[in-house]
Design a protein around this ligand. Structure first.
Ligand code: DTR
Length: 337
């Protein structure tokens, strides 16, 4: 009997020992959903390099682009359950989960990815929304403003009526306001949907013309610049708590810096992708007239009002958040951003 207890104790020690090794591991996994050349993965590689440099190799990151560890809609829970230590999520792919930070999906006229990304990080740190309590947030950023990419020219509201365009979250509702028929899906499903003709175009930031070769299908762009897509990089909380204080400090310092870096990278990359698509695929750019945008504005205002009602009903300081955003946008405009 005593021998059996001793054996059980030994097994328990081995088990505990293994657990301790895996949680204090110096290599952490990082799951990302879109293909490697796209901006969420470019920022992931930059973050991983910086972490390795700044910790003198004490912490290394094994990156998994293209959904090779977890798919777009699995990352939020997968990181909480420990299937990946770190993951990058697009908030728009899981409507309803982020009642406060979804403010970043609204048609607020955010002028650039850099302004929007730093604003998003500042909102997150000043409001510490409960919706992220179950994870450690390492950084946040946004895409550049979304525009319509399409196979056929869609230069005005009449031409947009009923056209199937891919978008996600609030972006779909913006497409509806423009008269189009939104089809929701994560970005990795879009190339096939375009090829098969399930959609006639998409609503996203324009760097995907190059990074996902969408310029081969969509030779027309209609500029709207109405909205951006917000992202968050999250870490499993237990893994975070097991990191040494010195590493935590480095990762915390990297948070706002990474947000600004990603925004800047994104803004520059959109310009490069546009020039490339014009040269290689003869991309044509259209713009909705001021009258068209004015006609749509009441529907866009309604989306914002609905968000305020929803968030306020959940006890969130929705109006204060919008006031902060508008003060920040005034400042950015004054600085010519
Ligand atoms: N437009 C959003 C966000 C986004 C913009 N570029 C990329 C590249 C890869 C994945 C997502 C995004 C979206 O369509 O999901």
């Amino acid at each position: 009997m005593q021998r059996r207890i001793a054996l059980s104790l030994m097994l328990l020690m081995v088990f505990l020992g293994t657990t301790a090794v895996s949680t204090s591991a110096t290599t952490l996994t990082y799951a990302n959903f879109p293909p490697a050349p796209t901006f969420p993965c470019v920022q992931m590689e930059r973050w991983a390099d910086e972490v390795e440099k700044r910790t003198d190799g004490a912490l290394t990151i094994e990156t998994f682009p293209g959904g090779t560890l977890l798919g777009a809609k699995q990352i939020w829970r997968g990181v909480q359950y420990g299937q990946a230590d770190i993951g990058c999520i697009s908030l728009a792919y899981q409507p309803g989960l982020f009642p406060l930070m979804s403010v970043m999906e609204l048609p607020l006229g955010l002028p650039s990815a850099e302004t929007a990304s730093t604003l998003m990080w500042d909102l997150f740190t000043s409001y510490s929304p409960e919706e992220f309590d179950k994870v450690k947030v390492l950084t946040m950023f946004t895409s550049a403003p979304s525009n319509i990419m399409s196979k056929k020219p869609l230069p005005d509201l009449a031409s947009l009526q009923g056209v199937e365009l891919r978008g996600s979250g609030t972006a779909s509702r913006i497409l509806e306001a423009l008269g189009a028929t939104p089809v929701s899906m994560p970005m990795p499903d879009t190339p096939q949907a375009l090829q098969k003709g399930v959609v006639q175009g998409l609503f996203s930031s324009l760097e995907v013309l190059k990074d996902l070769n969408f310029a081969a299908y969509c030779q027309h762009v209609t500029r709207t610049d109405l909205q951006v897509y917000p992202f968050a990089v999250i870490m499993n909380k237990r893994v975070w708590e097991d990191l040494p204080e010195s590493t935590k400090k480095i990762l915390n310092e990297l948070g706002p810096e990474q947000a600004a870096w990603t925004g800047r990278y994104m803004d520059n990359h959109v310009q490069k992708a546009l020039a490339w698509a014009q040269k290689e695929h003869g991309l044509t750019t259209h713009a909705l007239s001021a009258t068209a945008l004015e006609a749509v504005q009441p529907k866009l205002d309604k989306l914002i009002e609905e968000w305020v009602q929803d968030a306020s009903a959940k006890g969130l300081p929705a109006k204060a958040v919008l006031r902060d955003i508008s003060a920040r946008l005034d400042k950015a405009e004054a600085k010519g951003e």
